[in-house]
Design a protein around this ligand. Structure first.
Ligand SMILES: Nc1ncnc2c1ncn2[C@@H]1O[C@H](COP(=O)(O)OP(=O)(O)OP(=O)(O)O)[C@@H](O)[C@H]1O
Length: 247
C-alpha cells in the first residue's frame, strides 16, 4: 500500500496558540482513516493546513508524492484533494441539481454561471450522484427546504461531482439524526468501495468513527497522541485520559 497523503513535522500557530505541533501522519490510498481528539486539539487546523487554507509554519505535506504545502486551495482541489466543512455550504435558494452543477464548475476555478455550467454530461452525473445519496426525488426542490441531514448528503454529493481522489470530511455526521447517520455512513463506505475515494474523516461520534475507519489518529493539545486500529485507539489509556481530562 502506498501513502496518498504524507504529513511530516507540521506545526501551525495562531499568535500565541500552538494549534498543531510537529504532527506527522500518513493516509494510505483507498483507505478510510479517522482523526479524533478533544475539542480544540487541532483537528480542523490540520485539515485546513492540508487543503491549503492557510500556510504552515513548519513541515511538509505531500499528496501523491507532490509537495502541496505552498499551493493554493484551488490548485490542491484540482489535484483531487477536497474538503467538506462542519457547516454546510450550499445555496438554499437554488435547487439540488443547480447546487450540484455549480459545485462541479468550482474545480476549474472559473466563475462559470449556471448557464455555462450546464452540459448533458454534467447534468447526468448530477442526477446519478443525487440518486447515489438518495436525493434524486428531491432534485428539483430548493436546497434550503431540505432537512439539515439531507443538506449534508447534498454537500457530500457536491463534493463527489468534483471526482476527488481523496475527500476530507470535517464532522460529517454532526447535527444529523441517528437514522440519517446510518445512511450517511453507508454512502461514505460505498463511495470508498465503488469509486475508490480515499477518506480522511474528523468525527466526534465514537460509534461512527469506530464503525467507519480502518485506522485512527488521535490529536491532543495540537500533537499526535496515538494511532492504530479502531479497537486499539479506543482502549488506549492515553486517549481515554485525553478525553476525560478535556472535560
Ligand atoms: N483562525 C484561528 N485564529 C486563532 N486561533 C485559532 C484559529 N483556528 C484555531 N485556533 C485555535 O487553535 C486551537 C485548535 O483549534 P481547532 O479548531 O483546530 O481544534 P479542533 O480539534 O478542530 O476543535 P473542535 O473539535 O472543537 O472543532 C484552538 O485553541 C483554537 O482556539
Amino acid at each position: 500500500m502506498t501513502a496518498i497523503l504524507k504529513v511530516a513535522g507540521v506545526s501551525k500557530a495562531f499568535g500565541g496558540v500552538q494549534a498543531n505541533r510537529n504532527v506527522s501522519l500518513e493516509v494510505e490510498a483507498g483507505r478510510i482513516v479517522g482523526l479524533i481528539g478533544p475539542n480544540g486539539s487541532g483537528k480542523t487546523t490540520l485539515f485546513s493546513s492540508i487543503v491549503g487554507y492557510h500556510p504552515i509554519d513548519e513541515g511538509s505535506i505531500r499528496f501523491e508524492g507532490q509537495e502541496i504545502s505552498r499551493l493554493r486551495v484551488v490548485d490542491i482541489a484540482r489535484l483531487g484533494l477536497i474538503r467538506t466543512f462542519q457547516q454546510t455550504r450550499i445555496y438554499g435558494g437554488m435547487t439540488c441539481v443547480e447546487n450540484m452543477l455549480i459545485s462541479s464548475s468550482q474545480r476549474d476555478a472559473r466563475l462559470l454561471d449556471l448557464f455555462q455550467a450546464r452540459s448533458p454530461e454534467r447534468e447526468e452525473r448530477a442526477g446519478d450522484l443525487l440518486d447515489f445519496v438518495g436525493l434524486y426525488p428531491k432534485r428539483k426542490l430548493e436546497a434550503g427546504s431540505l432537512s439539515f441531514g439531507q443538506q449534508k448528503l447534498l454537500e457530500f454529493a457536491m463534493a463527489l461531482m468534483n471526482q476527488p481522489k481523496m475527500l476530507m470530511l470535517d464532522e460529517p455526521t454532526a447535527g444529523i439524526n441517528p437514522t440519517l447517520i446510518n445512511g450517511l455512513i453507508d454512502r461514505l463506505k460505498r463511495a470508498n468501495e465503488q469509486f475508490g475515494i480515499t477518506l480522511f474523516v474528523i468525527e466526534h461520534n465514537m460509534r461512527v468513527i469506530m464503525n467507519l475507519a480502518e485506522h485512527i489518529y488521535c490529536l491532543a493539545h495540537g500533537e499526535l497522541l496515538a494511532d492504530g486500529r479502531p479497537e486499539e485507539v479506543q482502549n488506549d489509556p492515553r486517549v481515554l485520559d485525553a478525553y476525560l481530562g478535556a472535560h
